[in-house]
Design a binder for this molecule. Structure first.
Ligand code: HEC
Length: 112
């Protein structure tokens, strides 16, 4: 009886974890490689603030926001104007034309 209960409990736990996991499987290696190739790491780091916010900071800013992915896809594909050292510049785009690669980087940033 006890064993049955614990099997049931772990089954429910697995189900809950399964539901909480993102529907999109992030390929962290590919995301980092593309971010490197696109010179993103010149101004960003995963955990430290450089010219731009750390990716942890960005993930925290967008946590729980349903439009997070769309906002960041736009940010990384449309060269929005940003301020670097008080000077207006165009933010770099990711060096790819592949939408799935852009989303992979965005989800990787949001998972930091
Ligand atoms: C010349 C320096 C520089 C480079 C290169 C750069 N960024 Fe940024 N990035 C910034 C700055 C500065 C901001 C903050 C802009 C603001 O808040 O207006 C920013 C903001 C961001 C944000 C947060 C946007 C938001 O809505 O909060 C993300 C994510 C980001 N950059 C990712 C990237 C990626 C990915 C690349 C590579 C394609 C990249 N950045 C290249 C300087 C840079």
């Amino acid at each position: 009886m006890k064993a049955t209960t614990s099997i049931l409990a772990s089954g429910i736990a697995a189900l809950l974890i399964g539901t909480a996991a993102p529907s999109f499987a992030v390929d962290a290696d590919a995301a980092q490689a593309l971010a490197k190739k696109s010179n993103c790491m010149k101004c960003h780091s995963v955990s430290a603030k450089k010219e731009g916010p750390s990716f942890k900071e960005t993930a925290a800013k967008y946590k729980g926001k349903s439009d997070a992915e769309q906002k960041l896809v736009t940010h990384l594909t449309t060269n929005p104007k940003i301020k670097v050292d008080g000077k207006e510049e165009e933010h770099d785009n990711l060096k790819t034309k592949n939408d799935a690669d852009v989303r992979n980087v965005v989800q990787w940033i949001l998972s930091q």
